[in-house]
Design a protein around this ligand. Structure first.
Ligand code: ADP
Ligand code: MG
Length: 397
């Protein structure tokens, strides 16, 4: 059933406790990339514009859970958020106790309080009920807009909504959009429905491959994982990144997938030393014909063309995992060709996965697709069909 969103509750004069994902990269005390902060602005503004009082909370990096640690302070985030909102943002006391409660009680309509890094408190990672109760007691309404953390059961994600009792528990607009694409669009796809799966390891992606083989009309395989499939077919893979202990499983997946599962017909390989560089000796060979001292680094041009054709005729596309080492040109060509095809699709196009999202942005196609997921691990888990307790606990419409 659909869950209530922040738009469904009256926030005027109320204190909203909103879990966001402000786990941003920092550089010498400044936010290097504020994308995650900007993604939460629609939900934040929705509360402030309607006269709500806002308490924001997030984790940042991996502090030890032993109290305040300047390196992981939310202070730079508060400063950046304040610039983006054009209003002051108060930073919460790291005591997670009386001082913080006094700050929360002093909030007036339109005020914003950003809590210190939740992971300063040992209860956050443990999903501690008491910590959840304390946080819940600060507010009238709970809102989850932290998609990147939705697959976790940290206190702010699970113990807090559990402790809210009858008070409203809703999702923010970012979580709503992620679910609309990564869950709903995939469960009821317009066909043909094509999945593109790549990346480094088969082992990371087994549940996703399995599930998408069940849902899709075609599954296109690329990236290093293609060479484990090639190995399973008795192909020569040279020095490619392969997982020999996944060969049996690759055989199973090929048998399960039959005609649906497509593998590369050619490979762009290189003879690189320890480091993969663009100027190493290169060759394009047929799949399964990689010379001994070469490694497969991208799908070849014939594969890119064949995959492109299949993608362009689709009505729904899900893409997880780059087709090659896209960070090092010219081994970005396969990923680029696939990105161009996805961008040309007249239908719903969904990009999930941290490196896939980075690739689509690096290539400049982020505005040409329906949805680029903000969650790495969370988007993979949702593509696997996992149910998230952090979402289940929210109020139904
Ligand atoms: P995502 O984060 O989108 O789920 P993955 O983490 O599974 O994607 O994989 C991305 C990584 O896979 C990239 O760093 C890319 O360089 C690497 N990769 C892709 N193809 C190859 C290949 N042929 N050999 C080695 N690494 C590869
Ligand atoms: Mg990754």
């Amino acid at each position: 059933m659909a869950k209530k969103t922040i738009a469904d509750v009256d926030v005027s004069g109320k204190t909203v406790l909103m879990r966001v994902d402000f786990n941003v990269p920092l550089d010498a005390g400044h936010v290097r990339d504020d994308r995650r902060i900007r993604m939460a602005l629609p939900s934040i503004n929705s509360v402030l514009e309607r006269g709500g009082r806002l308490i924001l909370m997030s984790h940042l990096g991996r502090p030890k859970g032993e109290g305040f640690d300047e390196k992981f302070s939310m202070k730079p985030v508060a400063e950046r958020l304040s610039e983006l909102l054009g209003r002051p943002v108060q930073l919460g006391s790291a005591d997670f106790g009386d001082e913080l409660r006094t700050q929360a009680q002093g909030l007036k309509d339109g005020d914003v309080l950003l809590l210190e890094n939740l992971r300063f408190h040992p209860g956050e990672k443990k999903g501690d009920a008491e910590f959840g109760q304390f946080l819940a007691s600060l507010a009238d309404i709970y809102c989850n807009d932290a998609f990147g953390t939705c697959h976790r059961e940290d206190a702010s994600m699970v113990a807090v909504p559990q402790a809210m009792g009858d008070k409203p528990k809703v999702m923010g607009f970012l979580v709503e959009k992620e679910i609309k694409y990564l869950q709903d669009a995939i469960a009821n796809p317009e066909r043909p429905f094509v999945a593109i799966l790549g990346g480094a390891k088969v082992s990371d992606k087994i549940p996703v491959i399995r599930r998408l083989l069940g849902l899709c009309d075609t599954v296109l395989i690329g990236g290093a994982m293609a060479y484990t499939f090639s190995l399973a077919q008795g192909g020569k893979v040279g020095k490619s990144l392969v997982e020999p202990d996944m060969v049996e499983l690759a055989k199973e997946l090929m048998a399960e997938g039959g005609e649906k599962l497509k593998l590369p017909v050619d490979t762009h390989c290189g003879r690189c030393a320890d480091e993969i560089t663009g100027d190493c000796e290169k060759q394009i060979v047929e799949a399964g014909q990689i010379p001994d001292d070469f490694q497969g680094l991208d799908i070849g041009p014939k594969t890119a063309e064949a995959y492109g054709e299949i993608i362009r005729s689709a009505k729904t596309v899900v893409w997880n995992g780059p087709m090659g080492v896209f960070e090092v040109p010219p081994f970005d060509q396969g990923t680029r060709a696939v990105a161009e095809a996805v961008a040309a699709v007249d239908g719903t196009t969904i990009i999930g996965g941290g490196d896939s999202a980075a690739a689509i942005e690096q290539l400049g196609f982020q505005d040409k697709v329906s949805h680029v997921s903000t969650g790495g691990g969370a988007s993979l888990a949702m593509l696997e069909g996992k149910k998230f307790l952090a979402v289940e606990l929210l109020d139904d419409k």
